[in-house]
Design a protein around this ligand. Sequence first.
Ligand code: CUO
Length: 671
Amino acid sequence: RPLEPSFVPRGDKKAAFDVPENYLADRYKPIGVQLFNRFNADADEKIPVKKITLPELGEILELGRHDNFSLFIPKHRRLAGRLINIFMGMRNVDELQSMAIYARDRVNPYMFNYCLSVALLHRKDTQDIDVPSFIESFPDKYVDSKVFTRAREEATVVPDGSRMPIEIPIDFTASNLEDEHRLAYFREDLGINLHHWHWHLVYPFDADIRIVQKDRRGELFYYMHQQIIARYNAERLCNQLARVKRFIDWRKPIQEAYFPKLDSLVASRAYPSRVSNQKLQDLRREQDQIRADVDQLERWRDRIFEAIHSGQIQTENGEIKTLGEFDGIDTLGNMIESSIISPNRTFYGDLHNMGHVFLSYIHDPDHRHLESFGVIGDSTTAMRDPIFYRWHAYIDDMCQEFKATIPRYSVNDLNYDGVTVQSIQCQSKDGKANELNTFWQQSDVDLSRGMDFQPRGSVFVRFTHLQHQSFSYSINVNNSGGQRQGTCRIFIAPAQDERGNPWSFRDQRGMFIELDKFVVNLRPGQNTITRRSTESSVTIPFGRTFRNLDLNRPTGGEALEQFNFCGCGWPQHMLIPKGTAEGFKCHLFVMISDYANDRVNQDNSGLCNDSSSYCGIKDKLYPDRRSMGYPFDRLPRDGVQVLEHFLTPNMRVQTVSIRFTNRTILRKGQN
Ligand code: CUO
């Protein structure tokens, strides 16, 4: 309910803010007394709001309350940066609350939610305040717009408690005439989109430098998105589609279309569609202060490639710096994305972000139709559109171009002397050994927080998503040395390429999906390591992706602090690819590396650290000293043609099969 003053839920009770009169937005002032009376009469509790000296919102108000908001648009970023700074600058929580209440009825609701969420995540004194799940606040960014009319109907006619969940069909955006539609279950997965939104919330590229500058953020930008592409490619192979084609020729028409069928409740407009065969065009969108040419993108691209190939970059003040073997990728990630810690935004520009912008305005480059941006223009919705993957495959390719220039791992860099992985087995609960099982599952999520209707109460939608039976790994390791530690790294990749041929190592290395990474203690002699799929360092449990479904929702300060940051994480239900009915053959890869070379000296315990592979750990260093993606992040040493050649004794590969059964199971404990 972003557009009206409203109650604050307090368990079963309702509270109302007791706001100073000058806080009311102009349009409410004439009815101020009535409003107060109405809310105060219905409220069980009044929350006092401190009167503070209010800062000028000025330019921040230039983005209308009924406009859409995109972090990729430079003007929007600048306004958001200012609002974040205002929220961060408040001296204490009372003042922050006061400021937030003042801003809420004036500022664009999407921008307000984003800026306040960033502030709550980054202020020391708000670590115990819950950031509501984005899908609860803005369900319109996630589900078919038809749902809202039906939800309203349900809410008006049926009393709270007897309402039936509204089902969202799994294939609401297209038909099977469109090949790309086979991947809709991945692109439109609510959990994947929430992860992506949360990742960008934790790693903003434009805000106060103290917020942006996080350990290895540029490298993580590269790695997290590289993994998205690897995962998407594996899903494509499961669906008889070839790997995604990089979007390399920016002058050519784009064949894949996308019709999102989302309506913005705030902007009261449908998200524009992208029809087939459109081309990027120069942008002249005065209202967004965007004047940009495709030429400019190409100049940035050429300069970045020049830096990659020369191994050197020019900084903003004219210095020449080398792109290092380990930190080069971090610099490059910040430069390509770009973030405010790019070494030289003037020269290397803003390639990836502006690529999103060009693609998102492809239908109305000069604003003659007064249309807003498409889904690719907003990190909340970008992953729904097939072009996202083609664009990010291109961005990843640039990063790989750099990786091709740095030294390759020698046997020494890979092996762990005296440690031999002898066997690996994975086992699902009631499945065969080395067979993973996938199926559809239906789950419910409550949308009522993000909707404005009377009478109030929960309204659930029921959506269908991929799921797998949880499983465990059992790994036998021989250690001919003394008591020591290792890092167990587990990856999976399709066993064959799209034509059914065995992979060359060069191609397969880009296909490896990280499944887990954890520290193991090795005794002398035989060791059996067991680990459950649900413990993965990549994922978060379903209940944390969709906060309101978490029956074991934590309470108390520290628990909530973990809860907020931990909204970032790949959804557990998407840990492994869909597979096929016949069984999709994969290579399950396990490596035990020497922990002495991996260790980062810090205490990783306590704060949420269970999805660190793609999200890092809050306020800590990235907990693995190796390059992200190790050992697959570089070209192989000479003589390695296929995966088998690459293996040192501390690595092993097991062929496993992912079998998909076309049945749908309802999540237990649902409405
Ligand atoms: Cu996440 Cu392009 O960086 O969407």
